[in-house]
Design a protein. Structure first.
Length: 62
């Protein structure tokens, strides 16, 4: 990964997701994308497909 890579972290409010975001930021990654459950319901396939089509993250942490 490059420090400018677009990275999506699902579950960023949970213990593991928050730790991933903290570590990525500590290592200098700046283009981190997060969404709350209210903003993106991962159980709704159409919403997830639209999100990925619009945001086009290069890396995903689930």
């Amino acid at each position: 990964m490059h420090h400018a890579s677009k990275i999506y972290v699902a579950g960023h409010r949970g213990m593991v997701g928050a730790a991933i975001v903290r570590e990525l930021r500590r290592q200098g990654y700046e283009n981190i994308v997060t969404r709350t459950h209210a903003e993106l319901d991962l159980t709704r396939q159409a919403d997830v497909e639209a999100f990925f089509a619009e945001e086009r993250p290069e890396f995903v942490f689930l």
